[in-house]
Ligand binder design. Structure first.
Ligand code: DGT
Ligand code: MG
Ligand code: MG
Ligand code: MG
Ligand code: MG
Length: 256
């Protein structure tokens, strides 16, 4: 065969399986979204359109990949938990990261004009993706708690910062120095006493991020044959740090 003298290069393609029997978390994050958000005039501190577009892309991904059992999104990032025993693409690392990150990105672009009808894309956005393996349920819960705690810290800071600038007339430099060394309770106090904002009453979407889970659909009656899927992906803006979230959804962390 004419090709055979070249075929040996195939041997340089090494397998890259992910360890079996551990949880996979895929985190996708917008590449240079500091620049992207400026270029496309994202509202500060939170752009609802941008967050909804992220949610939409994440929902598309979960609908395509049933082994993704949980999604959590904030800012320009989304984390996805895969079933512990998933055999998706034979657990090939690059295959999973690249295909899921690619689908997320194309969905983001595909739906862009629905959320930004008056803002054409200025250039093609990209996302990075990484998979981290977690050996047990404690680490998985702590991972998601870490991300939601990050949402809280950033959102409290950003909300206070932009209130000082947009409503308080401070420059960004002044706002930075106003907030230097402050604790959470100080920021709550600034928001409330200077701007009449009760932080805890702000939209949970901003304070808690977006939680995507599967919910079982009702069984068909009387043995009707149905091609409808058995579950659908729903979005919540709930606390995932406390144990209740996981206790109510024990299926997320099952061993199989
Ligand atoms: P990276 O991830 O290392 O490539 O760099 P960045 O610039 O994406 O940094 P990252 O991911 O740490 O921070 C996310 C950026 O996206 C941050 O500059 C703020 C921006 N961003 C995300 N969501 C919003 C939003 O709703 N409104 C505005 N104005 N900016 C946002
Ligand atoms: Mg980053
Ligand atoms: Mg980013
Ligand atoms: Mg980010
Ligand atoms: Mg191929």
């Amino acid at each position: 065969m004419a090709n055979s003298k070249y075929a040996y290069v195939r041997d340089f393609e090494l397998p890259d399986p992910l360890l079996p029997g551990v949880f996979m978390v895929l985190r996708i994050d917008g590449h240079s979204f500091h620049r992207f958000s400026e270029k496309h005039n994202f509202a500060k501190p939170n752009d609802v359109r941008a967050l909804q577009l992220m949610d939409h892309a994440a929902q598309d991904l979960m609908e395509e990949y049933p082994d993704v059992v949980l999604g959590f999104g904030e800012s320009d990032e989304f984390s996805f938990l895969l079933r512990k025993s998933t055999s998706l693409y034979n657990r090939r690392h690059s295959k999973i990261v690249s295909t899921l990150t690619s689908l997320f990105t194309s969905s983001y672009v595909f739906h862009w004009s629905r959320y930004f009808p008056d803002t054409p894309l200025g250039y093609p956005p990209s996302f990075d993706g990484r998979i981290v393996l977690y050996p047990g349920t404690k680490e998985v819960k702590d991972y998601f708690a870490w991300r939601q705690a990050d949402t809280h810290i950033n959102n409290l800071y950003n909300t206070t910062f932009w209130a000082l600038v947009q409503q308080g007339g401070q420059t960004t430099t002044e706002a930075h120095s106003t907030l230097r060394g402050t604790f959470a309770k100080d920021k709550h106090e600034i928001l409330f006493s200077r701007f009449g904002i009760n932080y805890n009453q702000l939209d949970a979407q901003f304070r808690k991020g977006s939680v995507l889970v599967r919910e079982d659909l009702e069984e068909e009656k009387d043995g009707e044959v149905s091609r409808r899927p058995k579950s659908k992906v729903v979005m919540l803006h709930c606390d995932i740090i406390k144990d209740e979230f996981w206790e109510e959804r024990s299926g997320l962390l099952v061993e199989s």
